[in-house]
Each structure stands twice: as C-alpha cells, then as structure tokens.
Design a protein around this ligand. Structure first.
Ligand code: AMP
Length: 540
C-alpha cells in the first residue's frame, strides 16, 4: 500500500532559500584573490545567486550542461554551487592540483560548456585552452578592474543589472547537480555525478552527525576545498543549520590560517592533516591557540595520534572523519559518545585515532578475498564496502570502471582495508588500491611505474608510499636496471615530468637487483613497504 504524503522533490536551491529566510544574518566571509576580506550574509548570498543564475541562462546554459569551476574557497565559488545546480546545470568542480594531462582529460570527458576561474588559474587555463572543448566560455571570477587580458568574460558583469530573485525550476530529485572527478582509483580520473536528492540528504546527514560545529552562530573554516569532495558537504550543511562560513582563499599556510582564525573567531576548522601540521607549527610559535577555536574535523588521510593529542590538550575537540568523493563524501565521524568522552586522555586519543563511526545513511561491511562478510570484532581486517543514500551507483560515463567498482549485491568497493569494532568504530589499516596520498592528494604508483617502464634501461619498477612527517606519504621509486645498465635518475624524472605534476614526482629513486614477488607473481608491495619503511627521503 502506498502512503499518501506529498512527494516534494529534494532540491539544492531550497537550502539557500531556507538559509536566507531563517538564518539571514549568518555570514560568508572570504579572503579574496583581490587581496581583501569580503563579507556577505546568507540573505545577500541568495540575492547574488539569483543574479548569477540569470547570468548563466543569459549565456545559454541549458538543463544538464556541465559548468566547471577552477577556484579557491570563496563566496563566488559558493554562489556557483547554488546558481548552476539551482538553474538545472551541473556544477563540475575541478581540482587545480591535478596534472595538466589529467585536467585536460576531465574537461573533455565532462564536455564542459563554461568554466569559471579564479585569477590565480588564468595562466593555467590559457596554456591548456586549445586542448579543451571548442566554444568553452571562460569566466574570470573577479570584477572589471581585475580582469586579465584575453578572451574572457567577467563574473561581476554577468551579475550586473540582473534581477535578484529567480524562479527556481522544479525537476525530479534525481536530476544531476554536481560532478567531481577523483584520481583516487587507478587509471584516468573518474567522475561522481551527485543528484539534488543525494546532496540534500548528505547535508542533513552531516548536520545531524556533527551537531557541535553545525549550529546557528558557530563559525566554520573549511580548509577542505570546494574544488574537491564538495568541501565535505559544508557548502550545504552550514547554510542549512545557520553556521557561518569563513573561506580562506588560497593562503593555506599555518601563519595565514592562524591569523584568519584568530580575527574571525573560527570555532570549528575542517581539513586534511598536512594543513593542521602547518597550523600546529604556528600555534607552537605563538604559544597559544587561535581565539575561539573549540573544534576541528580532520580527514582525507589518517589523523596522527600526536596531532589529536596536541589539539585535545589545547581544549579543542578533534573529530576524525573518513569518506570518499564517491560518498559525497562523509562516511564516518569520530565525535565520542558521552561514556567514551569521559575516559582518560590516553584512552580518548586511542579511540579518536580510529576513523570514527558511520553516519546515518551509510552502511559499512568488510569482506575477505572471496567477498564473504567478516565480523565487526575489531580484529578481522578486510576490504571495506559501502552502500547508502549519498553514495555513487556508477561513475559518470565510464562503463569499464563500473564493471569492477561494485560487488554482486551493489555495494561500492572503497579500496580501503579496515577493521570495525563492536562499538562500530572503523579503523583503516591498509589500502588495497595502488595509490599514494600526499598532503591529501592522490599519486598513482601504477601510472608512475608504467611511465618509467618505457625506459630501455628499466627492467622492472615499483613505486611505494613511505611515511613523511609533513605530507603523510611520499612516493619512493624502486628500479631494477636492465642488462644495458643503470638509467640516469634525471632521465627518469624528465620522462615523468611530461605526464605528472611536479609534486607527484618520486622524492627518491633506489636501484635494486630484483623485486620481491607474491605467490601470484605480482610485485609484493607489502614486502617492499616493510623493507623500505625506514627509508630516509632527501628532504624528510
Ligand atoms: P578522496 O576521494 O580523494 O577524498 O579520497 C578518499 C580516500 O582517502 C579514502 O578511500 C581513504 O583511502 C582516504 N582517507 C580519507 N579519510 C581518511 C582517514 N581519516 N584516514 C585514512 N584514510 C583516509
């Protein structure tokens, strides 16, 4: 029997309309590329978003068009999130840290019709534009006074003279709203195509799961970027709950972040461990915490116990979270229930070093090599699979990848290896995917290996992650020379530079006579990681 309640589609535009009405004075504060601090309220944001939507339509944006962004965290980027999806387009965020080759692949695969860029990235766009779809309109996210030379449209001119109200269209709630490519799997980057429904549900899940941070009057600093993983859902969850957003722009070093947090009285700060390491250095230098800081969310890579302890001892609640682009992205969060929060510090740190417990709407299972479920006893480790309301059901136009991404029951394989304890705490113990995560960004070991294998003096090669104090992991390349002799390291780097961003290149190359093999004839990365676990990288 069918129920008889109204079936109103969940729509992203409704989040901002709600915020403008119920939390009109909560703020969006941004460090701008123009060099100053900009402030507007949610009510003001809603008015500008309406103007921008008119601007997009006047430029010919059609339902389903992919409109890309290449930008830092700031109010204009937030406006694009709402205006593009609200008017029926798909907001495609591009990670500027990807290599030129990956970026070109993504823009062409998505077939973007427009691209919005911060002034910082104009030279990058100019260099790559002739390899991107013909007719791609590029809009620079600034005012007329700061416009660069060239064939660009001006963001503020798109808004000029437009009406500050927009009749947001209704469409089915599974209409595409956002697109984000991840390089966190092997091969070319793969796109996750979010729906209005998944995005609104995810915003509610995040708001419910992190209630200490997401409240009216609380000020939140997303260092996690709008250009990747939807800034962990904050662009939606903050307006929904009335929390203010403090956007840091492109200055993410410890000193700049400390100053911004101090001046803006940031209560909760969200980002990857590498960023907080920089902040930790500044806190130590100044001998105090930024004023008002009481909470932080750390994820993207494992939060080190020493970092958790540092902030907890400074009376800052640390929430260790785990998730993925393909999950919108939040999967688990590590705020402790009262009975665990009262434990002595050492015990609390140990529990908080785990990746937390699942949020509502996310189911977790760990399986053995035959796909058989393993118990949640904190001992059994297996590959982690997920299913839920805001998790991808298939990569965007990528049949090949979709053949292997899911198990027979439709669960999505994360590529992480984990245990889950009896209280539901997840611990990521290893990674099944052959990737390295440096400062929260991916490097494909397989792609590095394949590239240098083309060198006549390389007989075999393996790239592994070695621990790094600042970047968490960095790539080490292990090469077996061919009988022709040893290749020059400089030659190998030149080969790699053609395909990879500079920060993706290995920090060191070592030569060995042969590589350890597994029983199935594959290079045993596990053995290599043990063997080179203590390897001292040149700058570490
Ligand atoms: P991305 O889609 O780029 O956010 O990457 C998602 C992947 O990052 C996960 O599958 C994990 O491998 C890794 N990851 C995210 N958060 C954590 C965490 N708290 N601890 C360990 N690994 C993490």
């Amino acid at each position: 029997m069918q129920g008889s309640m109204m079936m109103r589609p969940l729509k992203i535009a409704d989040i901002l309309s709600y915020a403008a009405e119920i939390h009109p004075l909560s703020e969006v504060v941004s460090v701008r590329t123009e060099g100053d601090i900009h402030r507007q309220t949610y009510a003001g944001t809603a008015r500008r978003v309406a103007k921008l939507a008119h601007g997009l339509v006047s430029q010919g944006m059609q339902t389903g068009d992919r409109v890309a962004t290449l930008a830092w965290n700031g109010y204009r980027h937030l406006e694009l999130y709402y205006a593009i999806s609200g008017a029926g387009g798909v907001c495609h965020t591009i990670n500027p840290r990807l290599s030129a080759e990956q970026m070109t692949y993504i823009v062409n695969h998505a077939n973007d019709t427009m691209l919005f860029v911060d002034t910082t990235f104009v030279p990058l766009v100019a260099a790559l534009r002739d390899q991107w779809p013909a007719g791609l309109k590029v809009v620079v996210m600034t005012d007329r006074d700061h416009m660069p030379e060239g064939d660009f449209l001006c963001y503020e001119e798109l808004l000029d003279g437009q009406s500050d109200s927009f009749d947001w269209p209704d469409f089915p709630e599974d209409t595409a709203a956002g697109l984000c490519y991840t390089s966190g799997t092997t091969g070319n980057p793969k796109g996750t195509l979010y729906t209005h429904r998944s995005t609104v549900l995810h915003a509610m899940m995040v708001g419910l799961s992190l209630p200490t941070a997401l409240q009216p009057g609380k000020r939140i600093l997303p260092v996690v970027p709008l250009f990747h993983v939807n800034a962990w859902g904050l662009p939606y969850a903050a307006p929904l709950t009335g929390a203010s957003l403090i956007f840091p722009g492109g200055a993410l070093d410890g000193e700049s972040l400390f100053r911004l947090m101090d001046n803006e009285k940031v209560y909760s700060a969200w980002g990857v461990p590498t960023v907080w390491l920089g902040l930790q250095g500044e806190i130590t230098k100044q001998g105090r915490m930024p004023e008002g800081l009481g909470d932080m969310v750390v994820g993207g890579s494992a939060a080190p116990a020493s970092m958790i302890q540092f902030f907890e001892e400074g009376d800052v609640n640390v929430c260790h979270a785990w998730g993925m682009t393909e999950m919108s992205p939040i999967g688990t969060q590590g705020n402790l229930p009262d009975h665990l929060n009262d434990k002595p510090m050492a015990e609390r740190i140990a529990i908080k070093s785990k990746q937390g417990r699942r949020v509502f709407g996310v189911d977790l299972k760990i399986v053995d090599e035959d796909g058989k479920r393993l118990p949640h006893d904190g001992e059994a480790a297996g590959e982690l699979y997920v299913r839920g309301n805001a998790i991808t059901s298939g990569y965007f136009e990528n049949e090949e990848a979709n053949k292997t991404a899911f198990d027979a029951d439709g669960w999505f394989g994360t590529g992480d290896v984990a245990t889950i304890d009896t209280h539901g705490f997840l611990t990521i113990t290893d990674r099944a995917k052959d990737l390295i995560k440096s400062g929260g960004e991916w490097i494909s070991s397989l792609d590095l290996e394949n590239t240098v294998m083309a060198h006549p003096k390389v007989a075999n090669c393996a790239v592994i992650a070695v621990p790094h104090p600042k970047w968490d992991e960095r790539p080490l390349m292990i090469v077996v020379p061919s009988p022709e002799g040893k290749p020059e390291v400089g030659d190998l780097m030149d080969m790699l530079k053609e395909h990879f961003a500079t920060w993706q290149l290995p920090d060191d190359v070592v030569f060995v006579e042969d590589l350890p093999m597994t029983a199935t004839g594959k290079v045993s990365k596990l053995t290599l990681r043990k063997q080179f676990g203590d390897h001292k990288l040149p700058d570490a």
